[in-house]
Design a protein around this ligand. Structure first.
Ligand SMILES: Nc1ncnc2c1ncn2[C@@H]1O[C@H](COP(=O)(O)OP(=O)(O)O)[C@@H](O)[C@H]1O
Ligand SMILES: [Mg+2]
Length: 150
């Protein structure tokens, strides 16, 4: 299983959610954290937690090495870059599940439209994969999404 956290916006919680998920999965499965962001925050964090991790930002390297890593690990958690880039495309070409953290303002929801279009195109090319979900991050208790259409 390959789970990726994607959103072209920085500061929405990709790295935080990715490290938390990788840690949770590592208690249950052989898990590798893949840091595809130039800031390398998730790999520094993963290292401090004793998680297995690799830093790979180059899109071609990611595309080619993810299948190899899958032979050694049952779960890969990818922390994506804050950009609509070739790296993001390579991740979406390989992951099973794309999770999009989004803060709870109208502007944040609106800007998520771009990454959701990227995901939709990947899904069309890959006959239904990656599966995708948007989730609210850093929301205050009681926040609700009234309606949202892609
Ligand atoms: N669920 C959360 N609740 C509160 N603060 C959060 C949460 N997720 C992330 N943060 C904080 O928000 C900031 C940006 O998070 P980060 O994971 O680095 O975002 P991104 O990887 O999308 O740039 C950090 O200061 C982090 O501690
Ligand atoms: Mg990050």
């Amino acid at each position: 299983m390959i789970v990726a956290f994607s959103n072209q916006k920085g500061g929405v919680g990709k790295s935080t959610a990715a490290v938390h998920m990788a840690y949770w999965l590592s208690q249950r499965q052989k898990t590798l954290m893949v840091d595809a962001d130039a800031q390398q925050s998730s790999s520094v964090w993963a290292k401090s937690l004793g998680l297995a991790y690799q830093v790979i930002q180059d899109p071609e390297d990611l595309f080619e090495t993810i299948p190899q890593m899958q032979t050694q690990y049952t779960a890969l958690v990818i922390d994506g870059p804050g950009s609509l880039s070739e790296t993001t495309k390579a991740i979406l070409a390989r992951c099973d599940l794309a999770l999009v953290p989004c803060q709870s303002s109208g502007l944040d929801l609106h800007s998520s439209h771009k990454i959701l279009r990227f995901i939709k195109h990947a899904t069309e090319l890959r006959s239904g994969y990656p599966k995708a979900a948007l989730f609210l991050s850093r929301a205050t208790k009681g926040t609700v999404v009234e309606s949202y259409a892609v």
